[in-house]
Design a protein around this ligand. Sequence first.
Ligand code: DMJ
Length: 673
Amino acid sequence: MYSPQRKDFVSLTLGEQHSHSYTNGKHRRQSCWRKWKQLSRLQRSLILFLLAFLFICGILSYSSLAEQWRGLSDRSLKEDWVEMDNRGLRPIPPGLIPKLPPGVVPGVQDIPPEVLPELQRPSIPILPKPPAMRKPPSKRGPPALQKRGNVSDWQEKDGKEPLIKREDEEGKEAKTVISWRGAMIEAEQGTELQSTAHGKVGTVANAEGTASLKPVTEKPVDRVEEVREAFRHAWKGYKAFAWGHDELKPISKTHGEWFGLGLTLIDALDTMWILGLKEEFAEARKWVETELSFSKNVDVNLFESTIRILGGLLSTYHLSGDTLFLDKAKDIGFRLMPAFKTPSKIPYSDVNIGKGTAHPPRWTTDSTVAEVTSIQLEFRELSRLTQDPQYQNAVEEVTRQVHRLEGKRDGLVPMFINTNSGKFTRRGAFTLGARADSYYEYLLKQWLQGGKKETELLEDYLQAIEGVKKNLLRQTSTSKLTFVGELSNGRLNPKMDHLVCFLPGTLALGAHNGLPADHMDLALQLMETCHQMYAQMETGLSPEIAHFNLQNHNGRDIDVKPADRHNLLRPETVESLFYMYRFTKDSKYRDWGWDILQSFNKHTRVPSGGYTSIGNVRDPLNPAPRDKMESFFLGETLKYLFLLFSDDNELLSLDKYVFNTEAHPLPIWPSAS
Ligand code: DMJ
């Protein structure tokens, strides 16, 4: 039993059991005091300690909550397009917007004026001056890093020196690593120095796009070498944490699996060859020889495994002459063939390469149009190399059917096709983006691959580009940026996927091969737009989807919805920059590519190795890393950057090779075949 005087516990009674009056305050005070006096010293001390503790906690949590509320209201400001004025998009640097001849918009002359009223306006104004919150000129790093406590000392180095040197508010040098929820992300390299040193001797472009003179004493930056370095860094992460697996998860330092076939390694093979990374290539080859087996009970996506695995193996075979890769290509090609056993011969989306069975996705019998029409380059090449026509026959049957199908709109195709009926499914939009994009790309590229003989492919391509011009092209009100919208239920939705940025390159490739000159004009305009999708974002990286403003209600060209703010390290813009540079030799395309590489280094590079996709291209202080390096970053993005910066025009000449949609070069067939 506890004696009343020696309670070593505290009992708290909520409510006055015997008091029924709320008015008798004096009595209550007296009774409280009496009860307090009745408590033991220990109990009183405990209560006092508890009260003091609660008081301190209250103060602390108030200040942190207030901080969070401030943050939240900042964020909702950021998310509100109307309020974007306060944060500021990047200004369009003067001189980067192509000036159009008065009264004429090249490449869109054929569009009726009622469709494109704004197209006739010649001048392109510059976006409003940045408000005070913007980054200071000449500093592309996140502002106020010190203030936000978001910069920490070097914790990890990967052989590169600290990347940014800036001054904080007291004028001291800040350190150069940005912490993202535990992941240390390097800040960028000295942008000014590098821009200065390469190509534009003696000048440096600041954030306003103006040039100022600066003496050049530093060694010129070798951009090609910088791409090699980026590749090595990505490879380092893949090798350390994801070797032989599909994808690197660079922040959690582990791997992700999709097909379980070493996707990144295979996708990267020809890139290593092209970049001259012999050691890396040799170790990857060893893995292909000793570890890679397609005899696996696994479902793979026909399109993805064709463009990445079959395409990667075929191109590596061509570049290296090593028959190991051809043997592997034959193996996977053969295992993918069950996909074509459908009532309509339009292939299913998924194949089990171990069991030899195929099926559509669980929820539909449809396949995606881009997927069934973007496997032709690879299977045709496989037939040519093996002298076995089954591959070519299967994919050309698909081309023939799609060519004849009803339901197109001026050459534009819907997004879905049914594997039973072989007909387009009437849902979805007419788009050059996801689910339709590479249909258009492969029309032109097959025509080139086959030596420009297959006229139906060319007709379909030409008609489709006219369809784009007639139905999908618009310009923003503010800067007259030309973009390719989507047509949904007869209405134009002014949105464009980053995926559409393959189009300038494809149009330029067509024009280079004798197609109408206005294709090149359109390519120039769309290239500018794709560049602006990067340049106008705070991280210098494009969102997955951009919404373009047709009304000049806020002085902005591009709006980004919260769900579309991510960047997956995609290649389409640098792919087009490569084509545009090869055909025009205009060094601005290299500079734009260089800016993109630096933005990747600044916001997506993970010090322990690898690059990560990010969740928010509008927030340089927290781009929200997603912990995934897609295989196409090595297969495509870095390859196209390398080719963009390389001075060797004969390196994969565009008159001798055609790149598949995963950037794997395949030879243009000799005219005899
Ligand atoms: C790649 O797999 C290919 O480029 C494909 O055509 C589209 N998606 C990715 C890159 O964005």
